[in-house]
Ligand binder design. Structure first.
Ligand SMILES: [Zn+2]
Ligand SMILES: [Zn+2]
Length: 266
């Protein structure tokens, strides 16, 4: 089991030490962990320019030595909208030995954060807002520099009271398949983000999408908890592995220095 989406205090929205996250991962049977800290450039985002890369790399080296033989630790980064900020993002990706880069769409545009109620409200129709999100995700995949697309239907985690009726990602099949087509064509991957499973919901994205992805030739799949605190690290991993297996995946993706290795699911 590999947790490929974990935050520590190097992200603005976490207070967890890297060491405590490593201990939690080992306790839950995780063998490989990627610390994917927030890298944001949108001037309105509180996390923008918060991530101190050199300090992170030093702490990562310390933890690698401390947990040697028990846990493989990957140097990751979760870049928000890398397609909009290549001039800022490219030098960061070139300056350090990153193992794994997650690409995320947290801001629909420079003014609309998908975490805010405004995201659903600004179009007057939450379904329209989701369509715009999925369309922007295609642009992100086609032009952003990253390895795996994070949490495909991320905005549905928040402000659920503004979703009128049921949210079912299958209602957006054509939009989501456009994203998956771009992911496969660009040699990138997607993740099963287990964060919503902690609230009894389907992961981001739900199992139907993992099936579509496999059907369309998708091979690069990671699983991540998006944990910001040790009590969430490694949670719901067995269920997520089961979703991958049921969709026809026999391997999960791992990355070292941004090179892909597919590891058989045991
Ligand atoms: Zn994210
Ligand atoms: Zn995250």
């Amino acid at each position: 089991m590999f947790d490929y989406h974990v935050h520590t205090l190097f992200s603005e929205d976490s207070t967890a030490s890297m060491e405590s996250q490593c201990e939690a991962a080992i306790a839950r049977g995780i063998r490989q962990i990627a610390f994917t800290e927030h890298e944001d450039y949108n001037p309105k985002d509180p996390t923008s320019f918060y991530f101190k890369h050199a300090d992170y790399m030093a702490e990562l080296q310390r933890c690698r030595a401390l947990f040697a033989g028990r846990l493989i630790i990957r140097a990751g980064i979760e870049v928000s909208e890398p397609h909009r900020f290549p001039d800022l993002c490219d030098p960061v990706l070139a300056a350090y030995e990153w193992d794994f880069v997650l690409g995320s769409l947290h801001w629909l545009s420079k003014d609309v954060n998908t975490y805010w109620p405004e995201f659903f409200e600004h179009t007057g129709d939450w379904r329209r807002s989701m369509q715009l999100y999925f369309e922007e995700a295609v642009r992100l995949v086609e032009t952003g520099d990253f390895d795996v697309l994070a949490h495909i239907d991320y905005p549905t985690r928040y402000n659920r009271e503004l979703i009128v009726g049921e949210y079912d990602i299958r209602d957006f099949e054509s939009e989501v398949r456009e994203i998956l087509r771009a992911v496969v064509a660009c040699g990138k991957g997607i993740e099963i983000n287990t964060n919503p499973m902690r609230s009894g919901r389907q992961p981001n994205p739900a199992d139907a999408v993992i099936h579509w992805y496999r059907e369309m030739g998708g091979e690069i799949l990671t699983i991540g908890t998006d944990s910001h605190t040790p009590s969430h690290t490694g949670l719901h991993m067995p269920e997520a592995v089961q979703i991958a297996r049921a969709a026809g995946f026999t391997h999960l993706a791992t990355f070292e220095r941004r090179n892909l290795t597919l590891v058989p699911i045991e």
